[in-house]
Design a binder for this molecule. Sequence first.
Ligand SMILES: C[S@@+](CC[C@H](N)C(=O)[O-])C[C@H]1O[C@@H](n2cnc3c(N)ncnc32)[C@H](O)[C@@H]1O
Length: 368
Amino acid sequence: MEAPAERVDIRPVLIKDDLLIQVMSNDGRATTTKNYVPKDFSVEQLLNSGFANILVETTEIEYSLRISKKGEALVSEKKSTSTQNLDHDRKKNRLLDPSDPFLIEIGISDKNGTVKPTRQDKFMQVEEFLRLLTPTLSAALEADHIAAPTSEKPLQIVDLGCGHAYLTFAAHQYLRTQNMDIHVVGIDVREASRKRNSEIAEKLGIAGSIEFRAEEIAATKNTDVNVAIALHACDTATDDALAWAVKNGAELILAAPCCHHDMQAQLTDIPEPWSLVTRQGILKERLVDIMTDAIRTQILRILGYRVEAIEFVGGEHTPRNLMIRAVKTGAIVPSEEIDRYTSLLAMWKVKPALAARLASELAAAGVQ
Ligand SMILES: C[S@@+](CC[C@H](N)C(=O)[O-])C[C@H]1O[C@@H](n2cnc3c(N)ncnc32)[C@H](O)[C@@H]1O
């Protein structure tokens, strides 16, 4: 079954003295909110529509139901001490506390613990990136795509092209607050970044579980990885990151690409009637951006990942707001998917950077 949404949150809300049911539906791209009078809303229909995880929160108890791969319902319950909140315009929960010392040290927040106006967009990018990372990670752990981390074998997270390491530190801090055993590595070619980030890690007293290296992504060796992340690694550095993640067996990849110069430069022989689009510079640029990411997702799919391209943050925080989210399942794609991929490359006469980096893996998967 395919559920009608990626996630649905249902809760009671009070609007002008009427108790209504608020339903927030997220399709992986955007959230739609609707309020229903209780008699017009059927929860049974949703419960029977293919969701694998259901969480029911009351003021005293939490029930959690998971449907296993074999179709069995696994139910667990734990005590809760929540209070009911019937506000209909409840503010989104923050994952990161702006006054957390790590945000002050890395320069996102000022010394009073307020996010600096110039860093608001980066703060939002990082927080929304985490908002997608955490449920994806939980689902991968629950489905046994990733082995449960332990203190001897912590979850290995590698941030490729980490720069000032806003995301690297945020992932480390946030997952630690979730009591997860983790080890985080930030890779960036710039020695100045490594030095600055390592000093901050020392100062925060977390250097035992987060480390930084000054290396080319492609040259990074001897690094275990479960989760590979990359936020705005420039141009083909995103391809380096994806290729590195695949070659090193990352079970989860979340990458938000940056600029796409490589394929822009390759598009000289436009298959007709597409010159209708590409004759306008801005349309060509957007088309090539989309093609580059579509080809990346298809390569990952061919190599055994379940892949989605989703919007991870509102466009007002960055125009580069697409995320490629991939979970390694080992599924073998039907041959039509390979044909579709090779036909697209032949039609546009392009050689994607990612295909070059993963040539032997693609050949092994049957791509001629
Ligand atoms: C636009 S910045 C993004 C930094 C960070 N992820 C963020 O979102 O704030 C891209 C970073 O990737 C690094 N980079 C680019 N190509 C790289 C490569 N091939 N290997 C390692 N780092 C690379 C750059 O040095 C730069 O710090």
